[in-house]
Design a protein. Structure first.
Length: 153
């Protein structure tokens, strides 16, 4: 499903957790968004984003399996830079924002792998929930965490 690209972008926000202490993170509304790229007619890529997300990411480096992700995406604000396309995406043809204004991702498990973390969970878009597994890469450079609850930047 093409919406998988959306969740991959959301979970990229969890990358700073790879070096943090046990922490609960919340998306910073001024610096967080969900970006996506969808292949159009096998010729070009269409890029867009959702600007409003909420949720929590809990990271426990002592026991990765106790880590979790819960993110809600406001799909009413989808923006591809083309108003006509955005209106079509908001219509019943795609997201049907009148009936399904949000998409959610709730993790069911977090594990380490050779390149970072694997986050399995349930993605709900347009009222349909499907299991997905996402790969999260560690950040480049150190991340300093000094509080037990931090807003993600």
């Amino acid at each position: 499903m093409k919406q998988l690209a959306v969740v991959t972008a959301v979970l990229a926000l969890t990358a700073p957790l790879a070096l943090a202490q046990t922490t609960t993170w919340t998306p910073d509304p001024n610096h967080s968004e969900v970006d996506f790229t969808i292949r159009h007619l096998s010729l070009t890529n269409v890029r867009g984003h959702f600007g409003k997300i909420t949720g929590t990411v809990i990271y426990d480096p002592a026991d990765i399996s106790k880590s979790s992700v819960q993110i809600t995406i406001d799909v009413t604000g989808v923006d591809t830079g083309v108003t006509q396309r955005d209106n079509d995406l908001k219509s019943a043809n795609y997201f049907d924002v009148a009936n399904f204004p949000t998409a959610t991702f709730v993790s069911t498990g977090v594990a380490t792998n050779a390149t970072g973390l694997t986050v399995a969970g349930n993605l709900t878009v347009h009222g349909v929930t499907k299991p997905v597994t996402l790969m999260v890469e560690p950040p480049v450079g150190p991340v300093k965490v000094t509080e037990s609850e931090t807003t993600m930047l």
